[in-house]
Ligand binder design. Structure first.
Ligand code: DC
Length: 240
C-alpha cells in the first residue's frame, strides 16, 4: 500500500456504498478498492453465506433459538484468489463464492437478512473489518448503521428498467433463463423486503452522495467515485 499516495494510516477512510440490488454496487466497490489499494468487503456475501449455512443444515430460521445456535457455528472470511484475482467468500473453511450466488440462496437471503440476530452478528464482523479504516464496503445499511461515521457515503441508484435488464443479463450469463417480467417482479420484491424490514432497512444516509448510474459506463462511475474519494481523503488529511 506504500506506493499509493492516498493510503496512509492517518488519512485512510471508510467508503460506504449502499443502494438497491442490481445497481452495480459491487462492481464499483471492487474497482474503487483496487484503485485506492483499499480492502473490499461485500457485506451481502456475508448474509448469503449465512443463508447457505441455514439451507445446508436445515436450520429453521423462524425459530430464534435455532438461529442463535447456528450462528455460533458459522465462520465467514474473505480471501483474494491470486489466480483469478477474485475476492472469494469462505464459510467454515470452504470456498463458497459460487454457491452463495445460486438461485436457492438468492431466494432466501432477503428474509434471512431481516433476522435481528443475524444482522447483529454480521454488523459486528463488518465493524471489525473496518476497524483500521482503508476499506470499501457495499451493502444496504453501511452508511446509515454499520459506519455512520464513514468519511464517504455513496448511495447508488439506477432506473428500474436498467436494473432489470442488468439482472436479466447476469442471470443469462449464469445459464439461468428468466423472462423479463419475472426479473422485474423479483427486484421489486427484494426492494420491498430490503427497505421495509424493521432492523436497519435500506435508506439513503442524509450525508450520502447520490450516484445514479443509469447512463454511466463503469469507467465513468469509477472516475466520479474516485474523485469523491480523493476529496474525502484530502479533507481528512487536512483536518488531522
Ligand atoms: O447485495 P446482495 O444482493 O448480495 O445482498 C443479499 C441480501 O442481503 C439482500 O437481500 C440484501 C441483504 N443485505 C442487507 O440486508 N444488508 C447488507 N448490508 C447487505 C445485504
Amino acid at each position: 500500500m506504500a506506493d499509493n499516495p492516498y493510503f496512509c494510516a492517518v488519512s485512510a477512510i471508510i467508503i460506504a456504498i449502499d443502494g438497491y440490488s442490481s445497481c452495480g454496487k459491487s462492481t464499483l466497490a471492487k474497482a474503487l478498492a483496487a484503485q485506492l489499494n483499499y480492502g473490499y468487503v461485500d457485506s451481502g456475501a456475508m448474509y448469503r453465506a449465512v443463508t447457505l449455512y441455514f439451507l445446508e443444515n436445515k436450520v429453521n430460521f423462524s425459530k430464534s433459538k435455532a438461529v442463535q445456535v447456528a450462528l455460533t457455528n458459522i465462520r465467514i472470511h474473505f480471501e483474494l484468489n491470486k489466480t483469478s484475482n477474485r475476492n472469494e467468500t469462505w464459510l467454515n473453511g470452504r470456498m463458497v463464492e459460487d454457491l452463495i450466488r445460486s438461485k436457492a440462496v438468492s431466494d432466501y437471503v432477503s428474509p434471512v437478512a431481516t433476522l435481528v440476530d443475524v444482522r447483529r452478528e454480521m454488523v459486528d464482523l463488518q465493524r471489525l473489518a473496518g476497524k483500521n479504516r482503508g476499506i470499501v464496503m457495499d451493502g444496504r445499511d453501511i452508511g446509515t448503521h454499520v459506519f455512520p461515521d464513514a468519511e464517504l457515503k455513496i448511495f447508488m441508484t439506477a432506473d428500474p428498467e436498467v436494473r432489470a435488464l442488468r439482472r436479466f443479463r447476469e442471470l443469462l450469463s449464469k445459464g439461468e433463463s428468466w423472462n423479463m417480467e419475472a426479473v422485474r417482479e423479483n427486484l421489486r420484491e427484494r426492494d420491498r423486503i430490503d427497505s421495509t424490514r424493521a432492523e436497519n432497512p435500506l435508506r439513503q444516509a442524509t450525508d450520502a452522495r447520490v450516484l445514479d448510474n443509469s447512463h454511466l459506463s463503469e469507467s465513468e462511475q469509477l472516475d466520479l467515485a474516485y474523485r469523491w474519494a480523493q476529496e474525502a481523503i484530502l479533507s481528512k488529511k487536512a483536518s488531522n
